[in-house]
Design a protein around this ligand. Structure first.
Ligand code: ATP
Length: 237
């Protein structure tokens, strides 16, 4: 089976600063790959290069057997990548249900099917009672759930979650962990970026540690926890 996502030799420079210095990553269907690293390690830049917000200077991104390097975010999304942002980007003056319908506007499926899917997604995220409210009325944590629901609407094969637990209270955090587990159990590949090492270690099947734009260690949670280079990168920061 081909990997869901394969990143090879990815380089991204901002002027004289090399944010990604040849990143290699592979993740399989149904796998949660945790991506950790101190501030400035290159985690968000990596995500932005994968989803087409940034064009890498070198290297390749493959989704299944399709190369997506250099495609626009819209084209990458159509090939099956979804993402959420550190600070949720919902359409604030639109209802929850309309927020969910935006990414499937050009689908050939009948409206009734899409609306049903949106409602069941809101049900799953415990937001159904608010479906006709503007999304700006939601709490920050609820906006993260709405963004996750919107990301799932086009049925992506790879999802990238940027700091899903940041600023979220513990009960909601547990609920989000369950949701992420069920996304992976449905066969999707999850790339999970977080500073919350407890949640990363709880959820990830494998972890990649980035430092200064490079993967310095990759392996099981136990391997990463005891890796000398990872410990030094964190303690030395
Ligand atoms: N648009 C940009 N222009 C210039 N430099 C940038 C830009 N985006 C990121 N950088 C720099 O690239 C490096 C990697 O940043 P990045 O945001 O990817 O790190 P990160 O691991 O996501 O950090 P954090 O955990 O703080 O979000 C940093 O030195 C950052 O200042």
């Amino acid at each position: 089976m081909s990997a869901s996502i394969r990143v090879s030799g990815l380089v991204k420079r901002f002027g004289g600063l090399t944010a990604l210095a040849g990143v290699e990553l592979v993740a399989q269907p149904g796998e949660v790959l945790g991506i950790i690293g101190v501030n400035g390690a290159g985690k968000t830049t990596l995500m932005n290069c994968i989803c087409g917000i940034y064009r890498p200077d070198e290297g390749r991104v493959m989704i299944g057997d399709r190369e997506t390097t250099g495609l626009t975010p819209h084209e990458v999304a159509k090939l099956g990548i979804g993402r959420t942002f550190q600070i949720p980007r919902v359409f604030r003056r639109m209802s929850l249900i309309d927020n969910l319908l935006v990414p499937v506007l050009n689908r050939s499926e009948p409206d009734v099917v899409l609306i049903e899917r949106a409602e069941s997604m809101l049900e799953r995220m415990r937001l159904i009672d608010l479906r006709h409210n503007f999304s700006e009325e939601l709490s920050g944590g609820q906006q993260k759930l709405l963004e996750m629901a919107r990301m799932l609407m086009p049925e992506p094969r790879v999802v990238m979650l940027d700091e899903p637990f940041a600023g979220v209270h513990p009960t909601l955090c547990r609920f989000m962990i369950e949701q992420i587990e069920s996304i992976a159990a449905a066969g999707k590949t999850v790339l999970l970026i977080s500073h919350d090492l407890t949640s990363i270690y709880q959820l990830s099947h494998r972890v990649a540690a980035l430092n200064e734009g490079r993967v310095i260690a990759e392996g099981s949670v136990d391997q990463i926890r005891s890796d000398a280079a990872v410990i030094e990168a964190y303690l030395g920061a």
